[in-house]
Design a protein around this ligand. Structure first.
Ligand code: 5CA
Length: 440
């Protein structure tokens, strides 16, 4: 992409109402525009990141055996009356009436609807287990939408629902998602720690939040330090036994504020005790027949007896992650994207648009990057060098290639690693090799 043809409305001023780094940088880098409280337009740069995160989440769900579908955003109140959640959910639910005075709502989550889908089609234990998911916009009329996309009112969620005959099988599904989440967050370039959590309006008796540790986190969390550095499971057989992955993590103390047990925490060696602030980027629940019982979602077991299907639900805040990743990955100059989710792989800065040799070299390098699949952003604007440098730092692409008249005379370009700040003078060929290797 050439910057001159792109839509990157970068702001010079720091927006006054943005109190956390991710919100400030997302506004300044032209990633989002607020439309009303907690509701945002995803501008092209922000949209790229959102889609990259979504795709990684999708790939890891598919690996775990979950099946993608798509349910609507607008739901009928009737389904929610069946489970008693229409009244229980309270003012966070956006309620709508259509022209026939039928009560509808903008879905804050989908347990009720997916249970209806399930009971409409599945009759036998032979069709189990099943894990179904979608990636869809949700609406929650939060009392205090804040921190930009991290606590929005309209937000993108990946929500998976598992269906099993027995609690024992349902726990296997829970472990699949637990494992898939560890891999997902590692691929996104962040450390998200699974912590014992409260179930809130979703319900159930087994639940974990996946939490990024960051100063701007909304809640206090407590855990054993070793959990933070644990390697992700990687390539595992999702049909095999995954309980050791779950046990290995949950044997170490980790809990959110609501579940915190000060006495248990005190048993951890002092130097391993970690209390910090955290951002919840994922939340998984096992709730058995909480929805299947009232909605009569049953399957025949091997004796021909109807059984309530045992369920769990598993959420990832896809849009929240854009902010969460920035909270974990930034410095005083701007965002420092992990390679896997960066909106472009490399930024090319042409320091002198009037210099013919620079134009030829930059265009040539840009085209080679396109061919190599590096997804380059070429700053071909007439702006001063200083403006180009700070804009490129702000938007946080992993690598910058600086092409200027002086270097070119010696046959070199400058490669800057955004994360380390390290600069190298290399021939264009060597620079290209470095990039190709970095993204291999
Ligand atoms: N149905 C279950 C799991 S599928 C559920 O709704 N869980 S949840 O309430 O914990 O939400 C799942 C994830 O959505 C959270 O972990 C969080 O990352 C994200 N999320 C929740 N509320 C918001 C919000 N207001 N803004 C942005 N993301 C949110």
């Amino acid at each position: 992409m050439r910057l001159s043809r792109y839509f990157l409305p970068v702001l010079k001023e720091t927006p006054a109402d943005a109190t956390v780094a991710s919100h400030r940088y997302m506004l300044r880098a032209g990633m989002i525009k607020q439309n009303s409280a907690g509701i945002y337009t995803w501008l092209p740069l922000g949209h790229r990141v959102l889609k990259k995160i979504e795709q990684i989440v999708r790939e890891e769900q598919n690996k775990a055996g979950a099946i993608e579908m798509l349910m609507p955003t607008i739901q009928s109140a009737d389904l929610w009356r069946e489970t008693g959640r229409y009244d229980a959910y309270g003012p966070e639910m956006l309620r709508i009436t259509d022209r026939h005075d039928r009560e509808m709502l903008f879905g804050p989550t989908n347990e009720d609807m997916i249970t209806d889908v399930f009971r409409s089609f599945v009759r036998s234990y032979k069709d189990l287990p099943k894990m179904l998911y979608h990636i869809q916009w949700k609406f929650r009329d939060e009392t205090r939408p804040r921190f930009g996309v991290m606590r929005g009112r309209e937000f993108l969620m990946k929500d998976t629902y598992s269906f099993d005959l027995t609690k024992e099988d349902a726990v296997k599904s829970y472990n699949k998602m637990f494992t898939a989440y560890l891999n997902t967050f590692a691929r996104l370039g962040i450390k998200a720690v699974p912590m014992k959590a409260d179930t809130g309006p979703i319900g159930g008796d087994l639940s974990h939040e996946f939490v990024i540790l960051a100063e701007s986190g909304e809640s206090e969390v407590f855990c054993h330090r070793d959990l933070v550095e644990m390697a992700p499971p990687g390539d595992v057989d999702f049909e095999g036994d995954l309980s050791h992955i779950f046990d290995e993590r949950t044997s170490l103390y980790a809990a959110t504020e609501e579940m915190h047990d000060a006495e248990e925490f005190a048993k951890i060696p002092k130097d391993k005790q970690l209390s910090a602030r955290g951002i919840e980027v994922g939340h998984i629940f096992y709730f058995g027949d909480k929805y299947s019982a009232p909605m009569k979602a049953t399957v025949m077991d091997s004796n021909g007896k109807p059984q309530n299907v045992m369920m769990g639900s598993y959420g990832i805040g896809v849009s929240r992650l854009v902010g969460g990743i920035i909270e974990a990955c930034h410095d005083e100059n701007g965002i420092v994207w992990p390679k896997s989710v960066a909106p472009f792989g490399v930024g090319i800065i042409n320091l002198n648009m009037k210099d013919e040799a620079c134009g030829v070299a930059a265009t040539d390098f840009y085209e080679k990057c396109v061919e190599a699949g590096l997804d380059p952003l070429y700053d071909d604007s007439p702006d001063r060098g200083g403006v180009k440098f700070s804009r490129m730092d702000l938007i946080g692409l992993p690598y910058q290639i600086v092409i200027g008249p002086r270097g070119l005379k010696e046959g070199i370009v400058e490669v800057k690693d955004r994360a380390t700040g390290e600069r190298q003078n290399l021939s264009p060929e060597a620079a290209m090799n470095l990039l190709v290797e970095a993204f291999a």
